[in-house]
Each structure stands twice: as C-alpha cells, then as structure tokens.
Design a protein around this ligand. Structure first.
Ligand SMILES: C[S@@+](CC[C@H](N)C(=O)[O-])C[C@H]1O[C@@H](n2cnc3c(N)ncnc32)[C@H](O)[C@@H]1O
Length: 418
C-alpha cells in the first residue's frame, strides 16, 4: 500500500498518535497530535483500525525535539518518546490515562478530576538504576531493536551515569543476558542470566511464537556474577535493602521514595487512623510496609502480611523488617490471601498484567476500609479500578507518575474507600 499523508488528531495509550483514513482509525507510531505526517501501514489485519509508522514529518509539533536517546534514534526498543519534550510527554501520559480510565474503567468525567502525571525527579535522562542487555551470537552486547533482531550497541540515555561504562568491551556468551544494577551506594553489579534452555510451543504461527516467548521467560536460568556482588543495596528512607541483582526493584532511582511517600499521603487523605492491619500484596521486598510502619501520621501498623512470589525479595523484606510486625508469605496473591487475617488497609502493586478480577474480588470480600492500588500498565490499572468501583469502592484520589521518562509508560496510584 502507498504511504499515506495523515493529520494526527489524538494520542492513544501505548504512545501512538491517532489519525483517520477511509473511515478507519490509524494508530501512528512516532507521530504527535497536531502533526501532519507521511506514514506507512505496518499492520492492516483489523477491520476497525490499522497501525502505521511515520516515514516523514510534514508539519511538526512544537513539542517535537531532537532525539534525547541515541539508542532509540538508532532503532532500540528503549525510549519510544525520546523525540518529545518531557513536559508534553507527561501531558500525553495524562491524556492516555484518563482515556483508559473512561473507556476501560468506565469512570465518568464528573466527580473526580482526571489524574495528572507527575515527574519523579528533574532529570529526563540518567534516571535508570537497573537495565538488561542482550548478548548476540558474536558476543556483542546491546539493546534489543524495536523492529529488527539486530542488537543496538549505541548507549541508551536512561541509565544513571556509569551504569553502562565499558559494556562494549565486556562481551558475553551468545544468547545470555546481562543485568546491570547500581545501588544507592553508587556501586555497580552485573549478573549474567544464562540463555533460556526450554522453549515450548511448537507452532510457527503467532500463538506458537507467543507460547515460546512465555515459556522462555519462565524457564529456569542460571545466574553468574560478572562484576561486583550478587546483591545490590538500595536505601529508601532510613532503611537499606539487599536485593538480588536479577530481582525486582523499581527502575527509576526516585520511584521507591516517591511511591512510598505517596501511599502514606493517600491513606492520610482518606483519614486512615488508629491501629491498622495491612496487606502488602505483590509487596516484593516490603518497601510499602516499611514506609507505612515508619510514617509519622495518624495510624500505626500493628501487622502486615507481605505477599509475593519472589523468594529473594521476601528474604530481603524479612531482614529489613525484623522487629516490625510484618510476616512474609511466598505464593500467588490469588491463592494466598484467603487464609490471611482480614485487613484494615490493602496496598496492591501488581505486575503489568494487573491484579485481575479474582484478586480484586478477594480484596473486596475482605472489606478493608482503604485500598491503595498501584499499576504500571494504564489499561490494567483502569480495569482493576473499574472492578473495585463496580463493587462499591470509590476512588477518592489518584495520581499518575512518569515512571520511565522518554517513554509512553505511566504508573498510576489510587486510593479507594467504601
Ligand atoms: C510491580 S512489582 C512491586 C514490588 C513492590 N511492591 C515494590 O514496590 O518494590 C510486582 C511484584 O509482584 C510480584 N508478583 C508477580 N506476580 C505475582 C503473583 N501472582 N502473586 C504474588 N506476587 C507476584 C513480583 O515478584 C514483584 O515483586
């Protein structure tokens, strides 16, 4: 199909500009509202919409800037909005968040104002404290490409200074991945994850490829320390966590401080007072539990059940929270919470897929007086909040965060009460 000249009139969750052609919506990667672009259709399988990519910008938005991330400019899949000024990127994030809250969460515009998207710090580049790089067949280390299998070796602009130093010379075994993390003490640690050994899913079609990708992600992998130590130290408030280099920690250097302070503020906003039994679901290393135990406000945590599947994170929680009334539980949230003491307050911070209907329903059944729900995928966040709202919980306040500057990703946080 010939390239199309399109007027971009909107912005969609996921980072694409929205245009129309022949009565169909076209999602245009690399285009901004108000722009006229020449675009090439890259996915035409659906009757109601198509996907396209910008070939040439014919009339540029005033918010378009020179690419801030050279790796993204070279085709890496890292910073998809590196060509947008940061303030405007946050405005777009707020547009996308309120769009999914309306369409998916079914929240109407009356009552609560749409959430804004706040910055986690002043810096647009140099915020990422952990990253993952792939190793090609010839030992080259780089970022995975957006469209091609070839690795991009130009450094990404997101990592903090020093995280990527000397990486090109490091090399590695074909098919492995390198996980790089820098702690609050400034020390860098690098771990190598062996190539996935099991790749189930035989078909050559999309479903087969997706199956293989899923099983590759969950396959056991050997971890080898390449530089530094197997654990990295992160400090939040007055506490320091020792987390496996390959374990979960927020990518933005300021995220743990900002998110835990916001959770405390949100609970105070809805008037949580007195003794509180907490469920810290998808609690990882217990950063929220620590913040709520340490909060100097109107409530006292008298018990916290921290639930997560990651043994390394829970071991870190046990060490940091020794002396606090916290108990860690290893397992899937859905399978674990039925046996816990009913909570007064729940903090839930699920992975990208969201908490899902079963977990939301189980939280509602336990009838906490307040829930702080966190989401790193706007659509899943909206779906979870909508499910809470349909069962009598009302969102009292919400806030978005630019958790990954230079990208379209937005983190959402909301407090709900009955
Ligand atoms: C977004 S992280 C949040 C971690 C923690 N709240 C923090 O701020 O550091 C999501 C966490 O959920 C855990 N997880 C993923 N799926 C899970 C499940 N089904 N049940 C329990 N934990 C899960 C992961 O191990 C990870 O620690």
């Amino acid at each position: 199909m010939a390239d199309l000249d399109l007027d971009v009139t909107g912005y969609a969750n996921g980072g694409a500009g929205v245009a129309r052609h022949d009565g169909r919506v076209v999602f245009v990667t690399g285009a901004l509202p108000g722009e006229r672009v020449r675009a090439r259709i890259v996915d035409d399988r659906k009757a109601s919409f198509a996907r396209a990519a910008v070939v040439e910008v014919l009339d540029a938005s005033e918010h378009r800037v020179d690419e801030q991330c050279r790796a993204a400019a070279a085709g890496a899949g890292c910073c998809d909005l590196s060509f947008v000024d940061a303030d405007y990127a946050r405005e777009l994030g707020a547009v996308a968040l309120s769009d999914v809250l309306t369409r998916i969460g079914r929240f109407s515009s009356d009552g609560l104002e749409a959430p804004t998207v706040a910055a986690l710090g002043d810096e647009v580049t140099g915020w990422r404290v952990r990253t993952r790089l792939a190793v090609a067949a010839d030992g080259t280390v780089g970022l995975r490409g957006r469209k091609s299998a070839e690795l991009v070796t130009v450094p990404c602009a997101a990592p903090v200074a020093g995280l990527l130093d000397g990486i090109a010379e490091l090399g590695g075994a074909a098919g492995t991945e390198l996980v790089l993390a820098v702690g609050s003490d400034g020390r860098r640690h690098i771990a190598e994850l062996s190539a996935p050994t099991h790749a189930g899913g035989r078909g050559k079609d999309r479903r087969g490829r997706a199956q293989r990708a899923r099983s590759a992600r969950s396959a056991p992998r050997t971890v080898r320390t390449v530089e530094g130590r197997p654990h990295v130290e992160y400090t939040v408030g007055k506490r320091t966590w020792s987390i496996p280099v390959t374990g979960f920690w927020q990518a933005h250097r300021n995220a743990p401080d900002v998110y835990s302070a916001t959770a405390v503020d949100l609970l105070e906003t809805v008037g949580v007072t007195g003794d509180v039994h907490l469920w810290d679901l998808y609690g990882g290393a217990g950063v929220f539990t620590a913040a709520l135990c340490d909060a100097d406000g109107g409530f006292t945590v008298t018990g916290s059940d921290i639930v997560d599947t990651d043994p390394g994170a829970l071991a870190a929680a046990d060490r940091v929270l020794a002396g606090e009334p916290a108990v860690t539980h290893r397992g899937q949230v859905a399978a674990t919470i039925a046996d816990l003491t009913d909570p007064d307050v729940v903090v839930s911070d699920p992975p990208r897929s969201g908490a899902g209907a079963d977990v939301v329903d189980a939280i509602v059944a336990a009838s906490p007086s307040a829930v702080v729900h966190v989401g790193c995928d706007a659509a899943a966040f909206a779906r979870d909040l909508g499910r809470f709202a349909a069962q009598g919980y009302r969102v009292r306040a919400w806030q978005g965060f630019a958790a990954f500057p230079m990208t379209h990703h937005v983190e959402g946080m909301a407090v709900l009460t009955q």
